[in-house]
Design a protein around this ligand. Structure first.
Ligand code: GF9
Ligand code: FES
Length: 388
């Protein structure tokens, strides 16, 4: 005989059989392997002793800086640059806060995802830094110990560059070939989110909060200087998507602000003798000082947490230069860090991605028009070919 919802089995509620079935369901749920969310970012030395290995790993990255005799050159350059970089980290408290912020972001994201997407719960966050621990290899081992079968590679760079997210994905692909040859873990990728409304909202609110600290009579003339990490011109000219995507974020934020202020997009952190995308902040500060601009508000637009480029370069170096040049209203907006609105945005991005059931975006498979790095092609094919 058939029973339907309208005619429940008499006496089932609270019966020993029902109780047992419920308990089984709970156990089954808690032993379900977690959906892994792997937060990818650059990493940074957590203390002064880690500076050398950080630099060594950075200069060993052939996807970022292809140099002849890479391993020898990396040793040499890292050793030569370590003292100066140590001094910079000493001035921001003795190390990079990126570990602390990324761990916080990971934990908060995990909690929100379990609430927002019960179908894919439980979620477990992992961190994979490119140049400091925990690095990709260690993270994959941890995921294997946890029995992960489904993973999302989530970049923490809002805009895609082959030198950032591309390098992290190449590193992930290389490690997976060795560590998971039978492809027990199915992967999908969140490769960029330059104009996500939650991201834009968080930037906009941080800008509004800083603008409110200027005298009301000067507020609408404060120049917003959106500042992103620069790229070498050869990277730009091979067709890297990053400059366009950074500009898209800036445009979306300005639209959200109703174009309340004048603004420019500028490019910081150039190093070495090669040509880089500009204008750079020191030249910009000098130019605007000459043009009589006293109120400049820096907006870091390409990183989601504090790091040496905000805490040292902007706050210390450019802060000092601004003072010298008579720019009395030089300030910086707060980084996104653990702002709950930003974490909500990340949760929305991952949840929407999981519901879409697609391994990669339509952009990821397209290589730069002038790409000569065969690894990029293989990485893209690998992630595109995932069968979820
Ligand atoms: C970057 C973000 C965007 C060597 C330095 C001596 C090179 C480089 C970058 C881009 C970081 C964060 C971009 C080089 C050579 N690049 N940095 N490219 N970095 N340093 O090609 Cl959000
Ligand atoms: Fe952009 Fe290879 S450098 S795809």
């Amino acid at each position: 005989m058939f029973r339907n919802a309208a005619t429940p089995c008499r006496g089932a509620i609270g019966s020993p059989a029902m109780h047992f079935r419920r308990r089984l369901a709970t156990v089954a749920q808690s032993t379900k392997p977690p959906t892994a969310v792997v937060l990818m970012n650059l990493g940074g030395p957590k203390d002064l002793d880690s500076v050398h290995s950080f630099l060594h790993n950075l200069f060993s990255d052939g996807d970022l800086i292809p140099i002849p005799f890479q391993s020898y050159a990396a040793k040499f350059i890292a050793k030569r640059r370590t003292p100066k970089i140590q001094e910079q980290y000493a001035q921001i408290g003795g190390g990079s806060p990126i570990h602390m912020w990324t761990e916080r972001q990971a934990k908060m994201l995990e909690e929100r995802l379990d609430k927002a997407s019960p179908a894919t719960a439980p979620h477990k966050s992992y961190v994979a830094f490119r140049y400091t621990a925990p690095m990709t290899e260690e993270t994959i081992h941890a995921m294997q110990r946890d029995g992960v079968q489904r993973a999302v590679a989530l970049t923490l760079y809002p805009q895609y560059s082959c030198s950032t997210t591309g390098s992290s994905l190449n590193e992930l692909w290389r490690n997976l070939k060795d560590l998971d040859p039978d492809q027990k873990i199915k992967w999908s990728v969140v490769d960029r989110f330059p104009t996500h409304p939650g991201l834009v909202e968080t930037f906009a609110r941080h800008i509004e909060k800083s603008l409110a600290t200027y005298p009301e009579s000067e507020r609408k003339d404060v120049v917003l200087l959106f500042s992103a990490h620069s790229l070498p011109m050869d990277v730009v000219n091979r067709g890297d998507p990053y400059p366009q995507e950074v500009a898209a974020t800036v445009q979306a934020v300005m639209e959200r602000l109703g174009h309340s202020n004048p603004y420019r997009l500028i490019w910081q952190s150039q190093v070495g003798p090669k040509p880089w995308l500009g204008p750079k902040p020191d030249a910009v500060l000098e130019g605007y000082a000459k043009l009589g601009r006293k109120n400049l508000l820096m907006v870091p637009i390409a990183f989601v947490s504090d790091h040496i480029e905000t805490l040292f370069e902007v706050d210390v170096e450019y802060g000092h230069l601004a003072k010298e040049k008579g720019i009395t209203g030089f300030k910086r907006v707060e980084s996104l860090n653990d702002d709950p609105i930003f974490i909500d945005a990340m949760a929305d991005i991952v949840q929407t991605h999981l519901a879409g059931n697609k391994p990669v975006s339509n952009q990821l498979p397209l290589r730069c028009p002038l790409c000569t790095n065969e690894k990029c092609g293989e990485q893209k094919e690998f992630f595109k070919g995932q069968r979820l």
